[in-house]
Design a protein around this ligand. Structure first.
Ligand code: SUD
Ligand code: ADP
Length: 280
């Protein structure tokens, strides 16, 4: 007996680590993090439809190279529900890019499957699909700690206007963590400030870090070029890498400034993936 709709679809927003402090390493090798995470108004799209057998169709401008079999996280997420579905995944985010494509797609699939099946609880194994899946299920600004399993919503993050840029090099997350020299770095302040608007948030962010920037740049020197290029954009207030890279973001005080800067980059660097975005 079915107890949900025949079809369900969810947006899978890009996850952006505004800060990423690596504060230690567990015995099993996983790293302890302290990260302020936000979500963008750009992302992938996932849809699931009841079917006789599992299938996956991957399309969209960033589909090239994304697995179309059971190794895709959307397939693994849907399979946890024990109900065959036809999945369609429209890729707009670059893969292996530090903006959680796989984790956000997995979270969107879990939400779509829960709607389709009428399940109130997510199946065992859901958050183990990836370290970022828990925060991606929340889909709102959050402070993420532990190895990604501790997620607290942060309610007072003012909207941020940004340009996201990726030089189209894939950076494997494990290699970047492995190359990080100092594993024990300072966390963010215990209590986060109550930012009075976008400018105050950007000023505070400027004093925070992404500890994975240095090892990612050592592996892919073009990331330093991306950050320098973003920093030099008119009205850019801050440029930083997200996650383990190679996607970087520049922050602006207005959406108009972000859109104008993105248009300049698209013209001068046609080989890069570039988009204006608003984070919340
Ligand atoms: C670095 C972060 C920051 O948000 O983002 P991305 O660069 O992936 O977007 C995440 O912690 C990544 O999350 P995710 O990409 O889901 O990680 P997983 O697939 O679970 O782990 C990939 C590998 O990264 C390393 N890893 C991941 C998370 C963590 N806290 N410590 C680690 O050392 C481990 O080597 C692990 O095998
Ligand atoms: N739905 C998916 N989208 C992108 N990559 C996926 C997906 N499912 C599995 N992968 C695999 O996961 C790897 C990491 O991709 P992704 O999750 O986008 O990166 P990151 O860990 O940097 O956020 C890719 O190289 C790809 O082979």
């Amino acid at each position: 007996m079915r107890n949900g709709p025949l079809f369900s679809k969810f947006f899978a927003p890009a996850k952006v680590n505004l800060t990423l402090h690596v504060t230690g390493q567990r015995k099993d090798g996983y790293h302890l993090l302290d990260s302020l995470v936000v979500f963008a108004d750009v992302g992938d799209r996932v849809a699931v439809r009841e079917a006789e057998a599992m299938s996956l169709d991957v399309s969209g401008p960033m589909a090239a190279g994304v697995p179309t079999d059971a190794s895709n996280l959307v397939w693994q997420a849907a399979a946890l529900f024990d109900r065959p579905v036809a999945i369609t995944l429209s890729k707009h985010l670059p893969a292996a890019a530090g903006i959680g494509g796989g984790s956000s797609d997995a979270a969107a699939t879990l939400l779509a499957m829960a709607e389709l099946t009428g399940e109130k609880r997510l199946p065992d194994g859901s958050v183990e699909l990836g370290a970022d899946v828990r925060v991606c299920l929340m889909r709102q600004a959050a402070r993420m700690s532990g190895i990604g399993e501790v997620v607290e919503p942060v309610g007072n993050v003012p909207p941020l206007h940004a340009v996201l840029a990726n030089p189209r090099v894939e950076v494997p997350t494990p290699a970047v963590f492995k190359a990080l020299e100092t594993k024990e770095n300072k966390p963010m302040s215990k209590a986060l400030p109550r930012w009075q608007g976008t400018k105050a948030l950007i000023d505070w962010l400027a004093a925070q870090r992404n500890d994975l920037e240095a090892p990612a740049m050592a592996a892919e020197p073009v990331i330093a070029e991306v950050i320098a290029t973003l920093r030099a954009l008119p009205q850019a207030r801050l440029a930083r890498m997200s996650g383990s890279g190679a996607t970087c973001f520049a922050l602006f005080e207005t959406r108009d400034a972000a859109e104008a800067a993105a248009a300049t980059l698209v013209d001068t660097l046609p080989g890069w993936w570039v988009t204006p975005a608003t984070f919340s």
